[in-house]
Design a binder for this molecule. Sequence first.
Ligand code: NAP
Length: 265
Amino acid sequence: MAETPHPDNPRGLPVAVVTGASSGIGAALAAALAERGHCVALAARRAERLAAVAAQIHSRGGAAFAVPTDATDPGAVAALCAAARARGAVTVVVANAGVYGRGLATEVTAAALDAALRDNFWSAFHLAQAALPLLRERRGQLVFVASFDAKKGLPMDAAYATAKCALAGYAASLRQALHGSGVQVGIAFPGRVDTPMIDHVAVPWASPKIPTERAVRAILWLLRHRRAEVVVPWWCRPLWWADVLSPRLGDWLVRVLRLDGSVRG
Ligand SMILES: NC(=O)c1ccc[n+]([C@@H]2O[C@H](COP(=O)([O-])OP(=O)(O)OC[C@H]3O[C@@H](n4cnc5c(N)ncnc54)[C@H](OP(=O)(O)O)[C@@H]3O)[C@@H](O)[C@H]2O)c1
C-alpha cells in the first residue's frame, strides 16, 4: 500500500539526509540535492542555521526540513533517521559533520584524539549504523566526507588526520561488506575547501582553498556514478601517488611545499 505523503514532503520525493548541513559543504550539498529532486533532512547542532538553510531551499521551490542533531549522540542520530524515514524513502545519506583542529603529532594529547574521533569518526559511525536499515530498503547510497588528510596526514593535523583515517578505514571496510547488498558506499577526500572550518588557516600556493561548490560537484559526481571514492581537487593526486610510491618522497613534498600551512594572526 502506498504511504501517505508527509506534509514536509507532499510530493513524495526521495529523502536525503545530510549532517553538518548548517554550514559550508553540507549546506551547499543539501541545496544541490534539493535542486536534484530530494527532500533533504538537514542535521547539525545550530538550529537557527538549519532553519536559514531550509528557508533558502524552500524559497527555490525545494523540499527540506531541519532536525537539530548532535551527531556524536547515537540516540539523536537514531531520531534523525526516524524523522527522515517518516518523510519518505531514504535513498541518500551523507555523513559530512566534522570538526577540524590543529596540533603537532609530537604534542597531541589523548584528549585531543578522543575529541577528534568523536567529532569526525563516531558521528559518522552512528549515522551509518542508524541509516543502513533504511538504505537497504531502497538500495540507497551512503557517502562519508573524509579528508585528503586520510591519504596523506600532515604533521600539524595529528588528531584530525587520525580520525579521518579511522573514518576512511571503516568506510572502505563497510563498502566491501555491503557488496551485493545494493547499498553503495562512497568516500570523498577533499583537500582544502574555502569554508568557515579553515577560515583561520593560511594555506601555501601549492594547496589553495577550492570553492565549496567544487567540493559539492565532486560529491554529486560520486553519487551520480556510484563511485567508491573521489579526491578533490585534482592537484592533491600527484602528492597521493608520490606518497604511494615512496612515503619519504611524500614527506619531502609536504616539507618543501610547506603544505602544513599556518594559523593566521
Ligand atoms: N574545509 C575543508 O578544507 C575540508 C577539507 C576536507 C574535508 N572537510 C570535511 O568536510 C566536512 C564539512 O566541513 P566544512 O568544511 O563544510 O566545515 P564547516 O563549514 O565548519 O561545517 C561543519 C559542519 O559540521 C557540523 N557539525 C560539527 N560537529 C557536529 C556535531 N557534533 N553534530 C552535528 N553537526 C556537527 C557543523 O554544524 P553545527 O556546528 O551547527 O553543529 C557544520 O554544519 C567535514 O567533515 C570536514 O572535516 C573539510
